[in-house]
Design a protein around this ligand. Structure first.
Ligand SMILES: Cc1cc2nc3c(=O)[nH]c(=O)nc-3n(C[C@H](O)[C@H](O)[C@H](O)COP(=O)(O)O)c2cc1C
Length: 217
């Protein structure tokens, strides 16, 4: 099962965002044994700003014509079923690198295939002091437009902790990963190799039933 781990920090490694993403990946892999996780650090790719020409929406063109790494990054997500997205708050909102990427994905608005769309998502947002929730909320219109479904999120601030990786934030990130993994796993059919849970529990003997008295109930 292919999962995208999208790091949206603008900082070089090591970054707190990537450390928190690692924790979420660990949680996810715990639930999905066959997870093939593909990490994408947006900042490592050359993705320019949308030039607002709308040629991508012209049915005769049908794609973004800017010549950079965008098409390559989009290709990395091919066949993915889920995404873990981790980002810091920059200036009260999503980092510019993610905003630019979001705007470029508009080129698929009229397309049948929507890269980075139709995914189950787990989201991690962190900041130094504030505005994690508004930044998280600003992601939702983007998720909805791409038909993504956010199944778990965690928001936290450093709040005086110099090293968030030595706090319970790591456990929260792992829980986001696990929840995403459980949701993915729950959506598998029995043919995927795991035994399906019984839909109906076997009836328990009632008080007074012969079966109940013989079992000592
Ligand atoms: C350009 C910039 C803008 C920031 N804006 C905010 C902000 O609005 N609110 C906040 O609490 N922290 C803000 N921060 C702090 C980051 O969210 C915080 O340092 C985060 O841990 C950085 O993660 P990283 O090391 O993975 O990039 C900002 C940091 C940068 C570099």
């Amino acid at each position: 099962m292919k999962i995208i781990a999208l790091s949206c920090t603008q900082k070089r490694l090591p970054s707190l965002t990537d450390a928190l993403l690692d924790a979420a990946i660990t949680g996810l892999v715990r639930e999905v044994g066959d997870a093939e996780v593909r990490r994408i650090r947006l900042i490592d790719h050359r993705i320019s700003m949308c030039e607002g020409e709308d040629t991508c929406l012209d049915p005769d063109v049908g794609r973004c014509t800017i010549d950079d790494d965008f098409t390559h990054v989009v290709g990395l997500a091919e066949g993915a079923q889920a995404m873990l997205l981790a980002m810091p708050v920059y200036a009260g909102n999503v980092p510019a690198v993610l905003k630019i990427f979001q705007e470029r994905l508009k080129s698929f608005m009229n397309a049948e295939q929507r890269p980075f769309g139709n995914l189950l998502v787990g989201t991690i947002v962190h900041s130094r002091t504030m505005l994690t929730e508004p930044a998280l909320a600003s992601l939702f219109p983007w998720y909805l437009r791409l038909r993504n479904k956010n199944v778990a999120s965690a928001c936290f601030t450093q709040a005086g902790h110099q090293d968030l990786t030595r706090t319970a934030a790591v456990d929260l990130c792992a829980a986001v990963g696990r929840q995403l993994g459980m949701t993915l796993d729950g959506g598998r059919s029995p043919a995927d190799g795991r035994a399906a849970l019984p839909l109906v529990q076997p009836a328990r003997p009632r008080c007074g039933d012969p079966a109940a008295s013989s079992s000592g109930a």
